[in-house]
Structure formats: C-alpha cells, structure tokens
Ligand binder design. Structure first.
Ligand SMILES: *Cc1c(COP(=O)(O)O)cnc(C)c1O
Length: 409
C-alpha cells in the first residue's frame, strides 16, 4: 500500500457546510411542506452580466472556426485580460501593478491554497479567528501544523482574534510571524480594514520581513472611499504582499471560474541558507508547471467585466446584493439582534441572543423560521456566539426570510 499524507488525518471531520447540509436535509424530510430559505452558503444567485454572456458567445463562435480557433493559451492568462485587470483594477486606482504581475487562474480558493507550494515549512503562519477555513485547512494539509486541540485550534498556527472589542480587525501579533492571511472585506464577519489599519499591517510586515497574503475577493462591495480596494494602494505593499482577487463575487463567476493573483516583482523571500529569492520567479514556475490556463472563452467573459456595459451591469449586481445586506441588517436589528458587517460587504455577522451557542441558534432559526444561516463556530472558536447571514439571494427570498425572522424572534 502507498503511504498517505498523514496531515490529512489531522483535519477536523465535520466540515461546516456538509454539517449544515445534513441538518437542513433532516429538517426538510421531517417537514416536507416547509419552504426553506438558505441565507447560509456564500454563493451568488443572480445570472451573469449580459456583457459577459455576449463576449463568451462570441468566443465560442471563434472556437468553431479554424482561422480563430485557440488551443493552449499562455498559462498566466491572455494579455488582453491581464492588461485590462492591470489598467482598471490597479493603475486607474493609483496602484502600481503591471500586467505581467497578474496571474489569471480558475479560482482564488485554489490560489490561496497553491501559494503554499512556494513557501517553506518553517514559516510561523498567522490567521484571524474567525477565518475563511481554506487558509487553515491548507496549512494543515501541507504539514505546517500540529494536531487540533479541544477548541479546534491547530498547534503551530498563530490565531489573531477578531471580535466586537477590536471591530473585527485583529491587533498585530505579539510575537514575530512570517506569513499572515488577511481578508478585507472579510468573510465571515463583513468587517473591512481602513487605509490606516491596512497601512499598520504593511508597516508590521516591512519591519518583521513578513509576507501578507491579502484576499480581496469582496473588494467590489466597497463603497466607502476610506476602505482600500487593494493592498497595493498602501505604499510599500509591493515588497510585502501577494493579493488574491476573483470574478466569483464581483461578477457572479462562482460557477464560471476565473480569478487572478498578483505577485509583484519586488517581493522577496529567503532560502534556509539565507539567500534572497524573488517570489515572482517561483510563482511563475509553479503556475506554468502545474496549471495550463483558464479557458479562452471564460477569459473573454472576464474581460467584458471591464467594458463600459459590463461595468454598469456589475455595479447593478453589487447594488442588488448590498441592498439585500441593508435589508438584512435593518430587519435583524429591528428583531433586537446585534448586527455587524453588511456594509461594504455581502455578509452580516450577527450576535446570537443571550450568547446562545451558534449551532443552537442555527437550529432554532431553522426550526422556527425555516431560514438557514451559518453558525459562527464553524469559522473558529472566536466565531462562537455569532451567526453569518449572506446577502447572496433574490430580493423575494430576503424579504420573506426577514419577515419570518422579525415575526418570530
Ligand atoms: C468566495 C471567496 C473566494 C473566491 O473563491 P473562488 O475560488 O475564486 O471562487 C476567495 N476568498 C474568500 C474568502 C471567499 O469567500
């Protein structure tokens, strides 16, 4: 028999979303007439922007002709897309990022896992608590941690607590860390980091020679000018940060699949013997060896996000979800709950009444209102006492779910 990767056995068995699925299925079979409304999983509900659809149709037709057919494309993405990203997402916002620093991929989830390929095993890794579980689980899989303790925290990881006292933006670590995952706007709390807060992290990374892995999957939801869209809006960030971005939440590409990662050429790491190595070269090597590019059709669809028509349509999509978020915030506040997030972000992070454990409150909501939320405990021990409501839904579902919740609570 072949040896397995023992690290996988350290992973906690009951992953959050399968357990939610199990409880919802059990409820639905016991109550077949109940109309369950899912406000839990963070997946988009509205169709793709028309400009993206038109561009993809056109690209399909190109694939049908010998003269315009495309085989393998560049692994890093077609220039038309990398240039549109660099120009619109960075240069237009005063961030110095060039097209060749952009690596187009099939998802940010994959990229923030794959980045561990180019990082050594000795790094002290910091994550926030609560946290997007992918950051933690991929470090466990890569053997960067010990076993989980009774609280579900892995030995070897540094957990930075995000709570109501710090506005869900964690304080700097007490001890030196080498790698820090930050996500703003945040999944699950919906908190955002201001320019000053992010600058404080960049300064820390410069002083400690640490690497920030900045997940900006929700940047399109930012409407407040004090909140930066990219870490590269902060001076010095090019030397300390990798940024992950995705078309998933911006333009509804969760099922279409297109994202990108920015690795600036100024970003350095070191070998165990102390030599300096640029991470750009390593990431380019990894990407071109292990990945064969995103489909031409999909990249044309993503490019259309930056057309004038695409921008109008994407703004309308985001406004739809942000209005849902406002409706959720207002209704739950009216129901007497304490609500965080839901501004500049598609998630509301809600304190359970009387510190009820989050899975108990999840069950109460499901049984009494047939509304599904996400228990905060699934995102880390500091998520206990909270649940997450997602604004990714139709307006009709949000209205009905909020009517039910306000009537019952
Ligand atoms: C949805 C999401 C992503 C995007 O993942 P894709 O693989 O690009 O769909 C990245 N990070 C976080 C925190 C997310 O919630």
């Amino acid at each position: 028999m072949a040896y397995v990767n023992d690290n996988y056995l350290k992973l906690k068995a009951g992953y959050l979303f399968p357990e939610i699925g199990r409880r919802v299925s059990a409820f639905a079979s016991a109550n077949p007439t109940a109309k369950v409304i899912r406000m839990g999983i963070g997946d988009v509900t509205e169709p793709l922007p028309g400009a993206c659809i038109a561009a993809m149709h056109k690209a399909v037709d190109e694939m049908a002709n010998r003269a315009t057919f495309k085989g393998y494309g560049p692994e890093q993405g077609y220039d038309f897309l990398r240039e549109a990203i660099a120009k619109n997402d960075y240069q237009a916002k005063g961030a110095n990022v060039t097209a060749d620093e952009i690596f187009v991929s099939d998802g940010s989830k994959c990229d923030c896992a794959n980045v561990l390929d180019i990082l050594g095993a000795k790094n002290v890794v910091a994550v926030t608590d609560p946290v997007y579980p992918v950051y933690v689980d991929t470090n466990v899989m890569a053997g960067h941690t010990g076993d989980a303790d009774a609280k579900g925290e892995y030995k070897g990881l540094v957990y930075l607590r995000a709570d109501a006292a710090n506005g869900f933006v964690p304080k700097l670590p007490q001890d030196k860390v080498d790698v820090i995952y930050l996500c703003s706007p945040n999944n699950p709390t919906g908190a955002t980091m201001t320019r000053d807060q992010l600058a404080m992290w960049v300064r820390y990374a410069q002083e400690q020679q640490a690497l920030i892995l900045f997940d900006a999957a929700y940047e399109a939801f930012i409407t407040d000018p004090a909140v930066p869209h990219s870490i590269y809006e902060i001076p010095g960030a090019r030397e300390v940060a990798i940024e992950f971005r995705s078309f998933s939440k911006t333009a509804g590409f969760t099922g279409t699949r297109c994202a990108f990662t920015v690795v600036p050429k100024d970003l350095m790491g070191k070998t165990e013997s102390g030599e300096t190595v640029d991470l750009y070269r390593l990431w380019n090597r990894r990407h071109t060896t292990k990945f064969n590019g995103v489909s031409y059709i999909i990249q044309r669809g993503a490019e259309a996000v930056y057309s004038a028509e695409g921008q109008t349509q994407v703004k309308a999509l985001i406004t739809h979800y942000l209005t849902n978020a406002t409706l959720i915030r207002d209704a739950l506040t009216k129901a007497g709950l304490k609500v965080f997030g839901g501004v500049n972000a598609p998630y509301a992070w809600v304190e359970t009444p009387n510190k009820t454990p989050s899975w108990d409150f999840f069950d109460t909501l499901l049984n009494e209102t047939h509304v599904v939320c996400t228990p905060g405990a699934g995102f880390g021990s500091a998520g206990e006492g909270y649940v997450r409501f997602s604004a990714f839904n139709s307006r009709a579902n949000v209205d009905e779910a909020m009517q039910r919740v306000t009537a019952k609570l």
